[in-house]
Design a protein around this ligand. Structure first.
Ligand code: NDP
Length: 240
C-alpha cells in the first residue's frame, strides 16, 4: 500500500513542488498551510491533494491536526517539515516579535511536528523525516540572525533525533536549499537578488522541483542507510 506523506507549508513554493512530486511518485499525500486560503484552494483544485489548515508553531494544533490527517489519509509515515517564514532585520534593529515569530515557525514547529508523529513511527518501525533548512543556516546572512539561527538549529535537531531513532527504521535528514524561485525569494529586492545570482556558480536561481527531487530520494525506502545528513542543493553557492 502507498505510504502516507505529510508536507508542512505544502500549498505554495517548495512545499507544493515536494507534494506534487511525491503524489506523482504514488505516495498518499497531505499538505498543511497556515492562512492563505486562496492559495490552498487553487492548489487543491489543481492537484487533488488534501489540504489541512493549522499553525505548525502551536503544539496542540499540531497534535489535533495530525490526528485529522491520520483519520483521512492513514498514519504519517513520511514527514517533510517545510513550512517557514522570514522576518528580516539586522540584529541591532530586530525586535523580539521578529525573533520569536521565526524561531516559533521555523524551529519550534519542527519539534512540534516530530514530537506528535515519532511515537507512531517508532511503533510501526518505519519513518522518514526531512527538514527543509537553508544555505543561510550554514553560512549566515546579513539581516537574518533569526532565520539563520532557526535553520542552523534544525541541523543539530536532525542529527540528535537521527541518532535516537536509527534502530527503529526511522531516518532523519535535512536539505539545505540555496536560493529557489518562490514567493519568499520574490520578496528580496531585485538589486540584492542580482548580486546573489552572481554568486551562484550554476548561474541561476534553483527550481522548487530540484528540491522536490532531493526529498524524493531521502524519503524512499531505498534511502534507509542515509540518516543525520544535510544535503546541500544550492547551485554550488556554498560548498560544505
Ligand atoms: P513560501 O513562502 O512560498 O511558502 C511557505 C509555506 O509555508 C506556505 O504554504 C505557508 O502557508 C506555510 N506556512 C508558513 N507559516 C506557517 C505556519 N505557521 N503554519 C503552517 N504553515 C505555514 O516559502 P518557500 O517555498 O520559499 O520556502 C519553503 C521552505 O524552504 C521554508 O522553510 C524556507 O525557509 C525554505 N527555504 C526557501 C528558500 C528559497 O529560496 N525559497 C531557500 C532556502 C530555504 P500559507 O500559504 O497559508 O501562508
Amino acid at each position: 500500500m502507498a505510504r502516507t506523506a505529510l508536507i508542512t507549508g505544502g500549498t505554495r513554493g517548495i512545499g507544493a513542488a515536494i507534494a506534487t512530486g511525491l503524489a506523482t511518485a504514488g505516495y498518499r499525500v497531505g499538505v498543511t498551510y497556515q492562512g492563505n486560503d486562496d492559495a490552498a484552494a487553487a492548489f487543491r483544485q489543481e492537484t487533488g491533494i488534501a489540504t489541512f489548515k493549522w499553525d505548525v508553531g502551536d503544539f496542540e494544533a499540531c497534535r489535533a491536526g495530525v490526528q485529522q490527517v491520520t483519520e483521512t489519509l492513514g498514519p504519517v509515515e513520511i514527514l517533510v517539515n517545510n513550512a517557514g517564514i522570514t522576518r528580516d532585520a539586522t540584529l541591532h534593529r530586530m525586535d523580539p516579535e521578529q525573533w520569536n515569530a521565526v524561531i516559533q515557525t521555523n524551529l519550534t514547529s519542527v519539534f512540534n511536528m516530530v514530537r506528535v508523529t515519532i511515537e507512531g513511527m517508532r511503533e510501526r518501525g518505519f519513518g522518514r523525516i526531512v527538514q527543509i533548512a537553508s544555505i543561510n543556516g550554514q553560512k549566515g546572512q546579513i539581516g537574518q540572525a533569526n532565520y539563520a539561527a532557526a535553520k542552523a538549529g534544525l541541523l543539530g535537531f536532525t542529527r540528535s533525533v537521527a541518532q535516537e531513532n536509527a534502530r527503529k527504521g526511522i531516518t532523519v535528514n535535512a536539505i539545505a536549499p540555496g536560493y529557489i524561485a518562490t514567493d519568499m525569494v520574490s520578496a528580496v529586492p531585485e538589486d540584492v537578488l542580482d548580486k546573489i545570482v552572481a554568486q551562484i556558480p550554476v548561474g541561476r536561481l534553483g527550481h522548487a522541483e530540484e528540491i522536490a527531487q532531493a526529498v524524493r530520494y531521502l524519503v524512499s525506502d531505498e534511502a534507509a542507510f542515509t540518516t543525520g545528513t544535510t544535503l546541500t542543493v544550492n547551485g554550488g553557492q556554498y560548498m560544505t
